[in-house]
Ligand binder design. Structure first.
Ligand code: PLP
Length: 419
């Protein structure tokens, strides 16, 4: 019989969201009339910007004509989108990229999960803790993570704790990793790094010859001036960093699917005999072999994000989510709950009051106020005692949820009776 990739068996089930669904279902059964508000979702709720929709319609109509019909496209993306990306996302910030350094895809999730295929099984991987789980799970599947220990950590991963004590900014690792996943603005903590804070990582990676896989899926939510939108704003980053971007949260593409990766030609890895190779042609080889390209109509829709109307509509949509974030921050602060993030990102990370663990707070919020969020411990051991709310809900739901928290008074009043 076929021998399995046994690494898949090491993965725990998708416990977090299954457990959340299970607890909501049980609560709903006991309380069928309860009006539950979900602020745990990582999906957007606002419809596609009109400029994007119009571009989609036009591209669909083109498919009905002989001239306009498109079959297989270039695996790495149509030139019209790649050049719009370079002009708008990079040249506007003084960063030069060649067209063959950008790879358009159908999502940052696939990109961050697939990129590790370029590296040897014995590479040491560092992740922040808490973390977007895809970085960890894709390395488990590849056999790079070791085994899951009782403390919730994988034996071969280097964890970089991010807690209130260090302002959710990881310290440089004590043990040199080969590859470091950084996501800023961060999911789930909502924290961002300033230029000088991120420069430390770039300098470290250059000194230690590490690679940074930089996930910038939330760069569009940055509101403060000293926060870099791209890692290539920093000196030397072209030598050591690959950057992942996505239209999902920026422009409501979670269903439509479009993203891209930047792989500068200077970024290298070495073979066992020490020969250096640029990652760019290897990623190109991987994509042209395993991927057929993002659909033409979707790339036209992504291109429309950069039109004057598209830019305005996207800005309005993001501003609306960020107003939700401000409403959540205010509501929590008034209830005496410490919260972080929500200024340069759509995520609000709160400290569970009264030393409660993440799941107890989940139960309390659901049963008392009928509000759903995400227990921080689901993102890693250092997330214990924290909880994530998102600004992606509708305005009405966000306001109602905060009204419930306000009506309940200081947290000590509504959390005093435990379940
Ligand atoms: N990276 C981070 C940090 C995310 O939070 C998400 C989505 O939630 C993604 C990547 C995936 O983005 P996409 O929808 O482009 O696959």
């Amino acid at each position: 019989m076929v021998h399995l990739n046994e690494n898949y068996l090491k993965l725990p089930g998708s416990y977090l969201f299954a457990e959340i669904a299970h607890r909501i279902a049980a609560f709903r059964e006991a309380n069928p009339d309860a009006d539950i508000i979900r602020l745990g979702i990582g999906d957007v709720t606002r419809p596609l910007p009109p400029a994007v929709l119009a571009a989609l319609h036009r591209a669909v109509e083109e498919q009905a004509t002989e001239d306009g019909f498109r079959g297989y496209g270039p695996e790495r993306g149509y030139s019209f989108l790649v050049s719009a990306i370079i002009t708008n996302d990079f040249e506007s910030r003084g960063i030069h990229l060649d067209e063959d350094e950008v790879f358009v895809s159908d999502g940052a999730k696939c990109d961050v999960a697939n990129f590790q295929e370029l590296f040897a099984e014995d590479c040491i991987i560092a992740v922040t803790d808490p973390v977007y789980p895809v970085y960890v799970d894709s390395n488990v599947m590849a056999g790079r993570a070791g085994f899951l220990q009782d403390n919730g950590m994988w034996s071969r991963l280097v964890y970089l704790p991010c807690t209130a004590e260090n302002g959710f900014r990881p310290s440089l690792p004590e043990q040199r990793p080969d590859i470091i996943y950084l996501c800023f603005p961060n999911n789930p903590t909502g924290t961002a790094l300033t230029r000088s804070q991120l420069q430390l990582w770039v300098d470290y990676a250059r000194e230690q010859e590490c690679l940074i896989l930089f996930d910038a899926a939330y760069e569009a939510f940055i509101t403060e001036p000293d926060i870099p939108h791209s890692i290539y704003e920093l000196d030397g980053a072209r030598e050591v960093a690959v950057e992942f971007r996505s239209y999902s949260k920026t422009a409501g593409f979670t269903g439509l699917r479009c993203a891209y990766v930047v792989v500068p030609k200077e970024v290298q890895a070495r073979t066992a005999d020490g020969t250096r190779h640029s990652l760019n042609p290897l990623w190109n080889r991987r994509q042209t072999t395993k991927y057929n390209g993002c659909p033409y109509i979707v790339q036209r829709a992504a291109e429309a994000v950069y039109s004057p109307e598209g830019k305005r509509e996207v800005r309005e949509s993001i501003a609306c989510y960020m107003e939700n974030a401000a409403i959540i921050r205010k509501g929590l602060t008034e209830a005496g709950i410490s919260c972080y993030g929500g200024v340069n990102s759509p995520y609000i990370w709160l400290k569970t009051p009264g030393e409660m663990d993440s799941w107890s707070f989940f139960d309390l919020l659901l049963s008392r106020l009928h509000i759903v969020g995400t227990p921080g411990v689901g993102f890693g051991p250092s997330g214990e005692g924290y909880f994530r709310l998102t600004a992606f809900g509708s305005r009405d739901n966000t306001l109602s949820a905060m009204q419930r928290i306000r009506n309940a008074g200081h947290w000590s009043e509504w959390t005093s009776q435990r379940f």
